[in-house]
Design a protein around this ligand. Sequence first.
Ligand SMILES: [Zn+2]
Length: 334
Amino acid sequence: MPPAEGEAIEVAEGVLWMRLPLPLALDHVNVYALDDGDSWTVIDTGFDSKRTRAIWRRLMDGPLGGKPISRVIVTHHHPDHVGLAGWLQEDFGASLWTTRTAWLFARMLQLDEQAVPRQETLDFYRKCGMDEEIFNERKSERPFNFSDVVAPLPLGFRRIKQGDVIQAGGRHWDVHIGNGHAPEHATLWSQDDNLVLSGDQILPSISSNIGVYATEPEADPVADWLESCERLALFARPDQLVLGGHKLPFTGAPVRMRQLVENHHGALARLREFIETPRSAGECFPPLFKRSIDKGAYGLALVEALAHLNHLYHVGEASRTLRDDGAWVWQSVD
Ligand SMILES: [Zn+2]
């Protein structure tokens, strides 16, 4: 059972598990607090909203016992993880520790406010073969803006990187960097017991979204993901308690990491067969998703479809041409 709003569960000595709500299909994010004696280190922060700030204040007065948060470690730049880092820095004097890429992306996107999508983004949607009705809605709407759910980030941060050892919560943690879901995603592996702070790099029961965006349309994050899973699997043990960004803490990391790889190989094989007839990214949902995709999930499904098509293209298993309607269409290569 997850912790109730404003409450915490001690999952190991000196390690608190808390939850914050998200107004999305995935309706929560997990955050953790590590007891450093006279203060706390917090792992990830939730979206910036009035409601989430109020829950944090309740947590600080309640389970955190009024002891200050001196440090926030952000696993990756996604808004549900970095959203309140700047607030914890500015209003509570916490220092921000994260990877350089996570910090750069978060700060760049937080500053890049747009009232309507740029032409570049619209061209990208066209190339993805976005559904016409959804395209027409999106082109004049205010897009999702980082700054709507991420507090301004001060200038300074402390960089963490592959191979670092961090002391927090009475433990030494090895930093291992993953990629694919987000670039330079930090994961923390305890040297002293069985805990792993995995962010969204290793999740139970749901697959981390792997998407290609207008920022880097040719990217191959599926390759990055597969490489990360193979590399991080070397550190996985069945007895580890994996504390991820969503869903429940779990054990059995070696099996789960094999599944994460196999799921993508399966999806790629189905997709390859599906594009024996040339298709755009927007036409490739059936082989990738078991459920039907509603409007709320459309954006994530589209970037995920493109990621898998890009991978087939980059490994030489698909060719790509531009169709008359401006959409790329992919076809499998024998
Ligand atoms: Zn994420």
